[in-house]
Design a protein around this ligand. Structure first.
Ligand SMILES: [Cu+2]
Length: 283
């Protein structure tokens, strides 16, 4: 299948121009970055907000504990407190240091579960994207747009175009419309992979023999980069994800093009269909 994807390199060229425009908005790691990538999906915005809330709680707890320890060191050292108290129990204090952490955990748990269910799945999706992990590349299917399929293979260093990031760019972009609620179905045909795009707050395991579901919505046009995030073999680090988010009109135009292009490439049965067949044969 790999060579078929190489045929699609021509398609990558056609959209190279789009890619150049999107380069300014490329969502990828930058040098010396310690925080999240810019949040560009409703899920990721909520994840960042939740992270901020938890960080505040962590800072308050850490400052409190540090303050207590400083107080003990200064006030109750050998010099200032030569005859230490023999106290071993204090019922009120013990109840407080049990109940207060429980309350803190509840304060964290409620928004945490709410977020978990929010990102879990969407009732009314505008479209579906299937991502299938292989050792070591991703293939994609667009079941709502004629069910065409293509592979996305990482570009080698000498294949990179101006502005394309090393180890993150692929020969085929996963073109998706901005603003649409996109249902992601993911599976794998060999070992466990994980389809992850940080700026969109998506990370879903791709498990052979099983279809996992999640969803995302892209806020802005541009290029989004992600990687397989489940150790899957020697080339695990070389099966990146490259999404090109475009307007609905551009997406519709691309679908027209892609249906021709990828139908013409004569792709065999899709990975999901092969999976089905495999499962049936095994029975
Ligand atoms: Cu993988």
């Amino acid at each position: 299948m790999r060579h078929l994807a190489k045929l699609g390199a021509a398609a990558a060229g056609v959209f190279g121009a789009l890619g150049a425009v999107g380069a300014a908005l490329a969502q990828q790691p930058t040098d010396w970055e310690i925080d999240f990538q810019t949040a560009l999906s409703p899920s990721m915005e909520r994840i960042v907000d939740f992270n901020f809330m938890v960080t505040i709680i962590i800072v308050i707890i850490s400052a409190f504990v540090l303050g207590l320890m400083a107080w003990i060191v200064v006030r109750y050292n050998k010099k200032r407190n030569p005859t230490p108290s023999k106290t071993t129990h204090n019922t009120l204090l013990e109840v407080v240091w049990t109940v207060v952490p429980v309350i803190i955990l509840l304060i964290i748990a409620v928004p945490s579960f709410r977020l978990l269910y929010y990102t879990d799945r969407i009732e009314e999706a505008d479209m579906t994207l299937k991502a299938i992990g292989h050792q070591w590349y991703w293939s994609y299917e667009y079941p709502d747009h004629g069910d065409f399929t293509f592979d996305a293979i990482m570009l080698e260093d000498d294949e990179l175009e101006e502005g394309q990031p090393r180890l993150l760019a692929t020969d085929e972009a996963v073109v998706l419309p901005v603003g649409a609620k996109i249902r992601l179905l993911t599976t794998a045909d060999d070992v466990i992979h994980s389809w992850a795009v940080p700026a969109l707050g998506v990370k879903m395991d791709s498990v052979p023999g099983r279809v996992n579901e999640t969803w995302f919505q892209i806020n802005r046009e541009g290029m989004y980069y992600g990687q397989c995030s489940e150790l899957c073999g020697t080339l695990h680090g070389f099966m990146p994800i490259m999404i090109e988010a475009v307007s609905q009109e551009e997406f519709d135009a691309w679908v027209e093009f892609a249906r021709e292009e990828h139908a013409a490439a004569g792709e065999g049965p899709t990975a999901l269909a092969a999976l089905d067949a495999g499962a049936r044969a095994a029975r």
